[in-house]
Design a protein around this ligand. Structure first.
Ligand code: HEC
Ligand code: HEC
Length: 129
């Protein structure tokens, strides 16, 4: 039996109604080893511990906001590699995060300066922050 099955059974046994039902994985993995490698890569890429995204020992509990963001990031990365930039090369979490949980965005003043040079129709709405 693999880790995922054990985790789900353990949580069912705990009968805690706070746990949302296990979700469909974004990336179904073949083995516990593949899952472990993927999760360790997340730790390295974001410079965090497992509990940044997970409630300790409640691995299938997806209630932490970072977990939901991570799922969307996984979808984004898979779409980039599978479709949008399929011929460019592999993008990973590290490509943007490089060891930081919240990688800095383009500095605001520099961005505003460049946007001012764009044709009016191409300027996007006001920055939100
Ligand atoms: C950046 C956030 C993040 C970090 C850090 C992270 N995980 Fe995860 N973890 C996820 C997400 C998102 C999923 C769901 C994956 C999917 O949908 O394919 C997941 C899935 C899992 C699962 C499977 C749960 C299930 O539903 O069966 C286990 C077990 C797990 N992680 C353990 C770990 C361990 C151990 C670490 C540290 C070495 C870790 N994770 C670090 C986000 C994270
Ligand atoms: C194209 C660039 C890019 C890639 C690739 C990327 N991220 Fe992100 N991610 C960001 C940016 C930028 C932010 C910060 C958003 C903000 O400023 O709020 C972020 C934020 C996050 C956050 C929330 C911040 C926090 O404190 O927890 C999580 C979790 C996360 N990313 C996980 C991942 C994971 C996991 C992957 C790989 C599957 C990934 N990201 C790939 C750009 C990226």
């Amino acid at each position: 039996m693999d880790t995922r099955a054990l985790v789900i059974i353990a949580i069912s046994l705990a009968a805690s109604s706070q746990n949302p039902p296990p979700q469909q994985p974004v990336r179904p993995v073949a083995t516990p080893e593949a899952l472990r490698q993927q999760m360790e890569a997340f730790n390295r890429a974001l410079g965090v511990e497992c509990t940044h995204c997970h409630v300790a020992d409640e691995w299938a509990d997806a209630s932490k906001p970072a977990c939901a963001v991570a799922r969307n990031m996984m979808r984004m990365v898979d779409d980039i590699n599978g479709r949008l930039l399929a011929d460019v090369g592999t993008v990973t979490c590290w490509s943007c995060h490089a060891g930081q949980a919240a990688p800095s965005r383009f500095p605001a003043p520099e961005l505003e300066k460049r946007l001012a040079e764009w044709p009016a129709g191409c300027r996007r709405r006001e920055r939100r922050r």
